[in-house]
Design a protein around this ligand. Structure first.
Ligand SMILES: Cc1ncc(COP(=O)(O)O)c(C=O)c1O
Length: 480
């Protein structure tokens, strides 16, 4: 690239169809090769961990006033230094490899850039999202009254649902008059809930103290028999409980709460039941495992992250409401430059119902994937990764020198190495995890549970096999 080119010429380059075609083909070729090589045989390392300061420094002075590097030239370095989620041994957080086709859909969506705040900004995507919401609602067993929207992630999704819950149940005009105008309210939450739930309560101006914890049992299920106690505790604090949150499933151990029991309690107490199904709602897709979310149909709202167990690139969260009318209650903003009419039930103008205004074409990626592979493919995927977690737990049980914290219910497995003669087993797990990170042959994370340190895997990658997990145990023994 010439550093001396004038703006007019650079502009021509930037929108030149032939340069775009050339670069596009090059990029897809490089990514396809990367995908082919994402195997332990071809590329052992799943990440090349670097000190954050070194990483930062290495990207300094790489762009300036004039062109520095075309994208295809940067791409190999970006790939080499990024985490390889496509690799079967990348099994840490609940981050899925992107279904390659969905990544192509994202590419097309970003190319079109139809921000979908309102229908006329992104008509195709708005309709696609509506059809996905209908399909998901149907899976739960909900009828035509159900409705929902897509948001950028489960964190925003939980906040959106809890805002609607408060607006629907508190009986005051919190939106118009502010938090101080209402009697203090409380939300009962599993003590093991994802931090975004408590954060939502705090962001809503209620204070984290208004998220009243409900205790769990030794298998990390929130105990229905403790709901009453949490309810009374809220009253004792001078707060009126308005909502109840259940895990489906919990983040750390992947444990599913008894949704039937939660729904029964919510009904007798007049509470809004919100289910955090960010990770586990996808169990609905699996005939073998959908029993884990029995009772979900009785929830008032739930979230479902397609960027967790549906192979979608981040982010793609569906926020679903049994009574779709409730989905309009969270936000009551007037913006005459966007919304033509004041009629609120304009399903196609999503900005009425989310924090966000302009959004990417979130649904497009999922819609084209459902269309190309069929819904059964995704059911097969959920069944396979949940099965693999059970096989891994059996492997651990039979090993004699590892243990799991609990039998996995979803595809999350927490385990630890019981090295003979080791006095500090907690310290050992932390050292193992650090060394694994530095070696880069596997990516696993860690969790503190029952006052002890554990290694934690999410078997979210459909290319991971039991042989990879046998190799993981061998690597752990070696580094320990
Ligand atoms: C149960 C649960 N809820 C919510 C979230 C937050 O989702 P996101 O990272 O998409 O904001 C997570 C993330 O791990 C989760 O596990």
């Amino acid at each position: 690239m010439s550093p001396t080119k004038p703006y007019d010429e650079l502009l021509k380059d930037a929108f030149d169809p032939e340069s775009f075609r050339r670069d596009g083909h090059k990029v897809v070729d490089v990514l396809a090769d990367f995908l082919a090589d994402s195997t332990p045989g071809k590329r052992p390392r799943v990440l090349a961990y670097e000190d954050p300061e070194d990483m930062l420094a290495s990207w300094a002075d790489r762009f300036g006033a004039v062109p520095a590097a075309p994208f295809p030239e940067l791409l190999p370095e970006i790939l080499a230094r990024s985490n390889d989620l496509l690799h079967p041994r990348f099994i840490g957080h609940q981050c899925t490899p992107s279904l390659p086709l969905a990544a192509l859909g994202g590419f097309a969506g970003e190319f079109l850039n139809n921000g979908s705040a309102i229908y006329e900004m992104g008509p195709v995507n708005v309709a696609m999202e509506r059809q996905i919401v209908r399909w998901m609602s149907g899976l739960v067993g909900w009828g035509p009254d159900a409705d929902g929207i897509f948001t950028n992630g489960g964190t925003i999704g939980n906040l959106t649902a809890l805002l609607a819950a408060r607006q629907a149940t508190a009986g005051d005009d919190v939106w118009g008059k502010g938090v101080g105008s209402e009697a203090p309210v409380a939300v009962l939450v599993p003590e093991t809930c994802h931090y975004s739930v408590k954060r939502a309560v705090a962001v809503m101006g209620l204070g984290e103290v208004a998220a009243v914890p409900v205790t769990s049992d030794a298998r990390f299920h929130t105990r229905p028999e403790c709901l009453e106690r949490a309810f009374d505790e809220a009253i004792r604090q001078g707060r009126r409980p308005v909502a109840l949150v259940a895990n489906a499933c919990s983040t750390a151990t992947g444990s599913f709460d008894d949704l039937e029991a939660f729904a029964a309690f919510a009904q007798t107490r007049g509470l809004w039941l919100h289910v955090d199904g960010a990770h586990g709602a996808a169990a609905l897709l699996s005939p073998k495992y959908r029993h884990l979310v029995r009772g979900l149909d009785k929830a008032d709202s739930f979230i479902w992250d397609a960027h967790k167990n549906m192979l979608m690139p981040a982010l793609a969260t569906a926020v679903l409401f049994r009574d779709g009318g409730r989905s309009y209650e969270a936000f009551s903003a007037k913006a005459s430059y966007l919304f033509e009419r004041s009629a609120r039930e304009e399903w196609y103008n999503y900005a009425h119902r989310t924090m966000e205004c302009t959004k990417t074409m979130i649904g497009l990626r999922l819609f084209i994937s459902l269309a190309a592979y069929g819904t059964d493919f995704f059911g097969g995927y959920v069944t396979a990764v949940y099965d693999l977690a059970r096989d891994f737990a059996a492997l651990i049980r039979d090993s004699g020198d590892f243990e799991t914290v609990v039998e996995p219910e979803s595809n999350i497995v927490c385990f630890r190495y019981l090295k003979k003669g080791e006095a500090d087993l907690d310290g050992l797990q932390r050292r193992i995890r650090r060394t694994l990170l530095e070696r880069g042959n596997f990516y696993v994370v860690q969790a503190e549970l029952l006052g002890r340190a554990w290694l934690r895997c999410t078997l979210i990658n459909p290319r991971t096999t039991l042989a990879d997990l046998e190799a993981l145990l061998a690597e752990i023994r070696a580094v320990a």
